[in-house]
Write a protein that binds this ligand. Structure first.
Ligand code: ADP
Ligand code: ADP
Length: 229
């Protein structure tokens, strides 16, 4: 039931060894949280999954197949991606931003309209009020929600979340975590979620991966990891 598998994955950026041999199985339909200090290779690791980064050595498999055998548009359909600084496109409206992947996939107009409304409902933003706003008119928390909605755009089975709530203040962050938990209960995605916040990791993780200096130090259910002396 591993849906994503890393085998001997190494990544070098010139002289920098960002990943030094990752062997890891990611369970399907669960939230796997990757935690570790800044610079330990977390972002690099999840970016090898959707081929934003190509391994220098080793293989990443998705559903048993080397991700290299998928084209990049197919990977975008399969894997939503959200990052800390949201990266909404400033000259596109909220609706246009969340429909980027459906547009890329050539969905017809009526299906896109319907999907935009569903996504805004899901993240708790009123479609009438928000669909035509521009990113600059959103609060930080609203923008993060829209970033999550964009990742969910074409209903991908996998979500790659790189500290999606990292830039939000602590109270708002808990609200977003609650909402994420609520959404995940409904949608049952395979989620790879990066954080460097231990309390966030404990709240969200079904499975927890601890990284340091480009390797996985430990990987287990959080209750088992935290029980150890
Ligand atoms: P984390 O997400 O844990 O902060 P990263 O995967 O972003 O770690 O980075 C791992 C290491 O690789 C760091 O030393 C970082 O400086 C380096 N690195 C990341 N991206 C690049 C890049 N595009 N070019 C060169 N070095 C990079
Ligand atoms: P850094 O964190 O190293 O500063 P970013 O995470 O901001 O860099 O980089 C964003 C990158 O992600 C850009 O190259 C952008 O084209 C790409 N990107 C944005 N959304 C997606 C997506 N859904 N799938 C794949 N790549 C994406």
């Amino acid at each position: 039931e591993a849906i994503i598998e890393f085998s001997g994955v190494e990544v070098k950026y010139g002289e920098v060894e960002a990943l030094r041999g990752i062997d890891l199985k990611i369970p399907g339909e669960k939230v796997t949280v990757i935690i570790g200090p800044s610079g330990c290779g977390k972002s690099t690791m999840i970016r090898t999954v959707n081929r934003m980064v190509e391994p220098t050595r080793g293989t990443v498999r998705y559903q048993g197949q080397d991700v290299k055998t998928f084209d990049k548009i197919e990977l975008r359909r399969q894997m939503g991606y959200a990052i800390q600084n949201v990266g909404l496109i400033p000259h596109l409206t909220v609706e246009e931003n969340i429909l980027l992947v459906p547009r890329l996939l050539g969905w017809p107009e009526d299906r896109k309209k319907k999907r935009a409304k569903e996504l805004l409902d899901l993240i708790g933003l009123d479609a009438g009020k928000y669909a035509n706003k521009y990113p600059s008119e959103l609060s930080g928390g609203e923008a993060q929600r829209v970033g999550v909605a964009r990742a969910l755009g074409a209903d991908p089975p996998v979500l790659l979340f790189d500290e999606p709530f990292g830039a939000v203040d602590p109270l708002k962050r808990e609200e977003l975590q609650d909402e994420f938990i609520r959404i995940q209960r409904r949608l049952r995605k395979t989620v790879l979620f990066i954080t460097h916040d231990l309390s966030e990791a404990i709240r969200l993780a079904d499975y927890m991966v601890i990284m340091k200096d480009g390797v996985v130090v430990q990987a287990d259910a959080p209750e088992r990891l935290l029980k150890e002396p």
